[in-house]
Design a protein around this ligand. Sequence first.
Ligand SMILES: Cc1ncc(COP(=O)(O)O)c(C=O)c1O
Length: 395
Amino acid sequence: MLDKLERLPPDPILGLAAAAREDSHPNKVDLTVGVYKDEHGLCPVFEAVTKAQELLAQEEVTKAYMPPAGSEDFNAGMQRLLLGAGHPALAGGRVSSVQAPGGCGALRIGAELVYAANQGAKVWVSDPTWPVHIPLLGSVGLEFANYRYYDPATHGVNFDAMVEDLQQAAAGDVVLLHGCCHNPCGADLTLEQWGVIADMVEAQGFLPYVDIAYQGLGDGLDQDAAGLRLLAERVPEMIVAASCSKNMGLYRERTGATIFIAKTPESAEALVSQALVAARRVYSMPPSHGALIAGRILVDQELDALWRSELVAMCGRINDLRKAIRDKLEAATQRDFAFIENEKGMFSFLGLSAEQAIRLREEHSVYMLNSSRINIAGVNAKNIDHFASAVAAVL
Ligand SMILES: Cc1ncc(COP(=O)(O)O)c(C=O)c1O
């Protein structure tokens, strides 16, 4: 029976990263996967994570299952981190959450609840969006519609087109929004534009679903959550899927949370009960390691301060790199790359054709997606000149 299943091609992004690893070119540049890299090309472990891990190892007395909703410290800490400690939804007891295996697990749990509430729900996704959104939410049974978002001509958000498309989103539909540091384009909504989306939720009744995987990598922890906080003040209900993969460097520990802002405290509790049943069907219990680390950091003042300072340094490096990449590309090509400095987070579309992206790989060992999405953090002092001259050569 199983021998009927054919071999599938590798995931396009992971396949490219594997090709980059095998490339023996001394100046190869890997800008594929969305993993933060430091100036040595390594994805570092946060010192706060190492310290929390040491404390937990000393204290650990069991490997019995976690509670189904996960660690209480983690859930409460994530609610404060995402919404801000004094948020009215928190004060009103309308917020609940469950720990999930990474941002992907969190997104999946949210999608399961959307499907349970409305099997005919249409999920509106930005064009473009992170490609994994489609199989991750679609395999639950949800349908999709696109709203226009990124304008390659301006390298920014085409907000008028976004609003025009979302005018068709009805009550019972879901609008998926990137909380900050849009993947793949790096172009984010302004706070004013988040306000317009809140007006549309009030008028049309669709459910906002915010995916936030890069909080703290754009402008800072509070600034990056400002849009979703505003939305959560204005709308009756919403879902947030948050990831600790990037901002705590806990990628392989699979650490995330699905947070519900519900109409009433009773509904907030009901949503957790639904999430637990949905999780039981898929993976049963959440993994412990990453969430215990994150929970520990979020409740311990010293570890929290250390983590925040490390994150500020990481964010600063990304923004410095954005400027350096802009300067180098402009000097090498005599073209305008100002947009790279204006975007947020780890990603940017360079605006190259697929042919140019392929030539960069084949002729210069510079690896990016065919869409010309680059991981900014893959650039460093050693490879930036090769990167800029290779881009100039294919333009
Ligand atoms: C937009 C977006 N959402 C969610 C995730 C989920 O991340 P993870 O499951 O690794 O925590 C990612 C990871 O790359 C992402 O880019």
